[in-house]
Design a protein around this ligand. Structure first.
Ligand code: SAM
Length: 291
């Protein structure tokens, strides 16, 4: 690919999705955008590049973003954040939201749904502890194709074998031939919607817990800082932010701070969390995930 063409895609992706493309990923552009050019009936990738320099069709830009984003995910990915969610965050919320009996969770880069479904299954596993509570999960992503898969909630044998305990598979899924369908009682806890993290977060409302894992890693520091700043305005002052294992707020923003000894877990800068030691313990009644 010519350097000028590479720069056109690089700018387009950065501006429309935040994705930063380094020159060594040039080969990825060719392999992933070839099929997009074909779908849109351009004679070649170069012809598509020329079309993009005029006023680009929004749907074409979306197809390019979808082709270039990485949707890698799995149930209970990395496990530890989900242990923290169950043993640290939910017990804290049980205590701190006892009057409202409401917890709002946002899964900000939900991909094909395994992450929000994992959260919903954990809250379901708590049984009567949260009886009468309204626990909702909003799951968003920039890719409409991946959101359709997530809403559908149908997974292959390979996908359910990656991280999902067999007890949960049996309890929350129904087998359909070679596939497994998420049951409706879990599905109805989640609302899937298109959302671009570069946009204003205000229309989303406020949240108690935000999962934003394994997406900021693709953005530059300035974009990450802007997103943290926006998140700090819509998260409850005593809320929690989960980031991926290779992501951090350190050196990027002071709107959030890491929770000591709880890797991947962050709280707003003025949060009192952690200042009372008993808060870090799971009270009796929260249910562990059976492996
Ligand atoms: C690697 S997946 C991570 C999925 C899940 N959070 C996890 O950790 O397993 C990254 C997801 O971020 C989405 N994404 C990329 N850029 C985005 C943006 N600007 N706004 C919202 N989602 C975005 C991609 O479509 C993709 O589904």
């Amino acid at each position: 690919m010519r350097i000028t063409d590479f720069d056109i895609y690089k700018d387009l992706l950065k501006k429309s999705s935040g994705l930063v493309l380094s020159q060594d990923k040039s080969y990825l552009l060719e392999s992933r955008l070839g099929p997009v050019a074909k779908k849109w009936e351009f004679a070649s990738l170069e012809a598509m590049t020329v079309a993009l320099q005029a006023v680009p069709d929004k749907k074409l830009v979306n197809d390019i973003i979808e082709a270039m984003t990485t949707n890698e995910t799995s149930f209970f990915r990395d496990m530890k954040p989900f242990d923290l969610f169950r043993d640290t965050v939910l017990p804290y919320m049980l205590k701190n939201r006892v009057n409202q009996r409401k917890i709002k969770i946002w899964c900000a880069a939900a991909s094909s749904g395994q992450e929000p479904y994992s959260l919903a299954m954990i809250t379901k596993e708590q049984g009567s502890v949260f009886s009468g509570w309204d626990i909702s999960v909003k799951a968003t992503d920039i890719s409409n194709d991946i959101l359709d898969q997530a809403r559908n909630g149908v997974y292959s044998q390979f996908e359910v074998q990656r991280g999902l305990p067999i007890t949960m598979l049996m309890k929350y899924f129904t087998q359909e031939d070679e596939k497994w369908r998420m049951n409706d009682d879990i599905k109805k806890m989640i609302k899937f919607d298109y959302f671009n993290l570069l946009d204003s977060l205000t229309p989303l409302g406020t949240f108690d817990i935000i999962f934003c894992r394994n997406v900021l890693i693709y953005f530059d520091e300035e974009t990450k800082a802007q997103i943290f700043e926006k998140m700090s305005k819509i998260i409850a002052p005593d809320g929690f932010l989960f980031l991926g294992g290779a992501e951090t707020v350190l050196g990027i923003t002071d709107t959030f701070k890491p929770v000591k000894d709880k890797r991947g877990l962050y709280v707003p800068k003025d949060s009192q969390y952690g200042e009372e030691s008993a808060e870090n313990e799971a009270p009796k009644g929260t249910q562990a995930i059976a492996q």
